[in-house]
Design a protein around this ligand. Structure first.
Ligand SMILES: NC(=O)c1ccc[n+]([C@@H]2O[C@H](COP(=O)([O-])OP(=O)(O)OC[C@H]3O[C@@H](n4cnc5c(N)ncnc54)[C@H](O)[C@@H]3O)[C@@H](O)[C@H]2O)c1
Length: 543
C-alpha cells in the first residue's frame, strides 16, 4: 500500500490510450461502502473473498479485450487463487517503496487505509516491515519497480520503457507482421522504440515540409540521431548509435497533388545518395500521403526494403497506415499504382495530432465513426461521449481502439472476401461524391454524407431503424461533418458509382450499418441506390 499503484496506473493508462481499472474502487462500488468500513464491519477474510470475486470478474471482463491497465490491491497477488487468474500475456509490475517513503505517503490517509488506521508512529513502520516480510516471496514473482522518492510520472515512464504493453501486432501472414507501438510521447523517443523493435541499419526519414516543422517531429528525428541507450530488459543496455545509422531526411512538398511518381523518384534518389541497401529502412513521418509515398518507395527500392511509419494525422493513425496498402496517384486517378507492403513498425503518438486543424481532425473522426458503426458498439459509445472534434485529442483510448479494430479486421480478412467489405460503409456513395465534386468535397466530408445516405438506404430496406440516419447525422454534425452535400451533381455521383468496382449484375454492393456497432454486406437494386444518392444531395432534408 502507498506505493502509488492507482496514481501510476492511471497516468500509464492515459499515456498508453488504455482503459484504467482500479480494483479497490470496484470493490468499494460493489460493497457500497469504503474498504475501511467494510473491513471494520466484516473482517479481513470477508474482504479477501470479495476482493477475489471482484478480481476474477474483472480479469474475465470485456475491457480486457482492448487491453487495460489494472491496479490491484497490495494483497491481491499475494493470494495464489488470484495469481492463477493472471494470463501468460498479462504483464505484471510490482511497485515498491521503502518503509519511510510509504509512511510519509500514508500520512493523512489513515481513515481510508484499514491496515494502518489502528496504528500510529513507530507501530506503522514495524507493521509495514512485518507485512512486507510475509509478502515478499509473492512480490518477488514479479518485476519490481522502485518508487521511493520518485514522481508518479517518472515511474509510469519507466514502466512504459520496460514493456510493450500498449503495442499490438497486425499479422498478415507468417512472414509479415506490423507492430503497432502506441503511446503519448512515442514520437519523442522514436529512436529507442525502433531499436526496441529490432530495427537496425541505415534509416532514411521521409516527411513533408509542413510536418517537418512540427516540434514533436523534430524531436522524433533527433531521437534517431542522438546516441543513447534503449531500456529493454533482458538484453541489457545497448548503444542505439551502434544499431541505427541516421541517413538523413528527404523533404517532400505537402499535399495530395504531390502523391505521384515524381515524389517517389525523389525518394529513390535520396536513398541512392544515402547508400541505402537491402537492410536499410525508410521511415515515413506524416499523413496518409507521406505514408503512401514512403511505402511505395520502400516497396520498390531494391525490390523492397523495410518500412516504418509514424502517422501524424488522425486519418493516418486510424486508417491509412494500417493495412499494408501503399501507392500513388497516376494521371489523376487516385492510388492507381501501388503495392502491398506492410510497415514493420507503426509508431502512433496521439500527441502529434494537436497541431491539426479541425477539418483534418474531422476527416479522421469520419473514419472512426465508420469503424464504430459497423464493428463496435463499445467504440461508438465512446465516440458519442465526445462533445466536439477537438475532444479526440484528450481521448487516446478511442484512437487506440479504432486502430486496433482496423488491424483486427484486416488480419481476419486480408483479401477483402468477408466482413472487411463493411469498411466500405459510406464509401460507395462517398467515393461518388468525391469524384463528382472533383475532390472539392474532402474524403471525410464525402464519406460522412455517404454514411448518412447509406443508413437511410438501410432504413428504407428495413435493415436499420427509421431514426438511424438522423441519429448518425447528429453525431457526425458534432464533429463538423455534413449529413448531406451541396452543389454536387447527382448524375455525376451516380455515374461515378457505376464505374465503382463494387457493382455486379446491375446491383451494387454496399457495406451497411444495420444496428449501431454492426452491419452486413448487401446487394442493392440500382433504383434504391440511386435514391440514396438523391438523399445525399437533397437540400431540405425530407426523406
Ligand atoms: N493506404 C491506405 O490504405 C490509405 C487509406 C486511407 C487513406 N489513404 C490516403 O491518405 C491520404 C490522406 O491522408 P491525410 O488525410 O493524412 O492527408 P495528408 O497526408 O495530405 O495530410 C494533410 C495535411 O496535413 C499536414 N499535416 C500532417 N500532419 C500534421 C500535423 N500533425 N499537424 C499539422 N499538419 C499536419 C500535411 O502536411 C498535409 O498538408 C490520401 O492520399 C489517401 O488516399 C491511404
Amino acid at each position: 500500500m502507498g506505493t502509488g499503484k492507482t496514481t501510476v496506473g492511471s497516468i500509464l493508462a492515459d499515456r498508453c490510450g488504455m482503459d484504467f481499472i482500479d480494483l479497490d474502487a470496484e470493490i468499494e462500488r460493489r460493497a457500497g461502502s469504503t474498504i475501511a468500513e467494510f473491513w471494520a464491519q466484516h473482517g479481513e477474510p470477508a474482504f479477501r473473498d470479495l476482493e477475489a470475486q471482484t478480481f476474477a470478474d474483472l480479469m474475465n471482463g470485456s475491457s480486457r479485450g482492448g487491453g487495460c491497465i489494472f491496479a490491484t490491491g497490495g494483497g491481491t497477488l499475494v493470494s495464489e487463487r488470484n495469481r492463477a487468474r493472471v494470463q501468460p500475456d498479462d504483464v505484471v509490475f510490482c511497485l515498491t517503496c521503502d518503509v519511510e517513503g510509504i509512511r510519509s505517503r500514508l500520512d493523512g490517509e489513515r481513515d481510508v487505509r484499514p491496515l494502518v488506521a489502528r496504528l500510529d508512529g513507530e507501530d506503522v513502520a514495524a507493521y509495514m516491515e512485518d507485512r512486507l516480510g510475509r509478502r515478499r516471496a509473492a512480490y518477488e514473482l514479479y518485476q519490481q519497480v522502485d518508487t521511493t522518492r520518485r514522481l508518479p510520472e517518472e515511474v509510469a515512464g519507466e514502466i512504459e520503457r520496460l514493456t510493450d504493453i500498449s503495442s499490438f501486432d497486425l499479422r498478415f501472414d507468417a512472414a509479415r507482421v506490423s507492430r503497432i507501438v502506441f503511446g503519448r510521447g512515442v514520437a519523442g523517443r522514436l529512436g529507442d522504440a525502433l531499436v526496441q523493435q529490432g530495427v537496425t541499419g541505415s534509416v532514411l526519414v521521409v516527411t513533408d515540409d509542413v510536418v517537418n516543422e512540427l516540434p514533436l517531429v523534430r524531436a522524433a528525428t533527433a531521437s534517431i540521431q542522438a546516441p543513447g541507450v534503449d531500456g529493454r530488459e533482458g538484453g541489457g543496455p545497448r548503444l542505439r548509435g551502434a544499431a541505427l545509422r541516421f541517413a538523413g531526411t528527404n523533404l517532400l512538398p505537402a499535399g495530395e497533388q504531390h502523391k505521384t511518381l515524381v515524389s517517389v523518384d525523389r525518394i529513390y534518389r535520396a536513398a541512392m545518395s544515402a547508400k541505402l541497401d537491402r537492410s536499410s529502412t525508410i521511415v515515413g513521418i506524416g499523413g496518409g500521403v507521406i505514408g503512401d509515398l514512403a511505402g511505395h518507395a520502400a516497396a520498390t527500392y531494391m525490390r523492397g526494403i523495410q518500412l516504418v511509419l509514424v502517422p501524424t494525422t488522425l486519418v493516418a493513425q486510424v486508417d491509412a497506415t494500417i493495412g499494408g496498402k501503399v501507392g500513388v496517384d497516376f494521371e489523376g486517378i487516385k492510388n492507381l499504382v501501388g503495392a502491398f507492403h506492410p510497415a514493420r513498425v507503426i509508431a502512433i503518438d496521439p500527441d502529434l495530432l494537436a497541431t491539426l486543424p479541425d477539418t483534418a481532425l474531422a476527416d479522421g473522426m469520419a473514419e472512426i465513426v465508420k469503424i464504430a458503426m459497423v464493428f463496435s458498439a463499445d467504440l461508438l459509445s465512446r465516440v458519442e461521449a465526445l462533445g466536439g472534434v477537438r475532444d479526440i485529442l484528450a481521448a487516446p483510448a478511442i484512437i487506440r481502439l479504432a486502430a486496433a479494430l482496423k488491424a483486427r479486421i484486416v488480419e481476419r480478412d486480408p483479401f477483402e472476401r468477408g466482413d472487411r467489405a463493411l469498411l466500405n460503409f459510406g464509401h460507395t456513395v462517398g467515393h461518388g461524391i468525391e469524384s463528382a465534386s472533383v475532390y472539392r468535397v474532402s474524403h471525410g466530408q464525402a464519406i460522412s454524407a455517404g454514411m448518412v445516405a447509406e443508413t437511410w438506404l438501410a432504413a428504407r430496406l428495413g435493415l436499420a431503424d427509421r431514426g438511424a440516419p438522423d441519429r448518425l447525422g447528429a453525431l457526425l454534425g458534432r464533429f463538423g461533418l455534413p449529413g448531406r452535400v451541396e452543389g454536387v451533381d447527382t448524375g455525376g455521383i451516380w455515374s461515378a458509382m457505376q464505374s465503382d468496382k463494387k457493382r455486379r449484375d446491375g446491383k451494387l454492393r454496399f457495406g451497411l450499418s444495420t444496428v449501431p456497432g454492426s452491419g452486413s454486406v448487401v446487394e442493392v437494386a440500382a433504383a434504391d441506390a440511386r435514391d440514396a444518392v438523391g438523399f445525399a444531395c437533397r437540400k431540405d432534408g425530407r426523406q
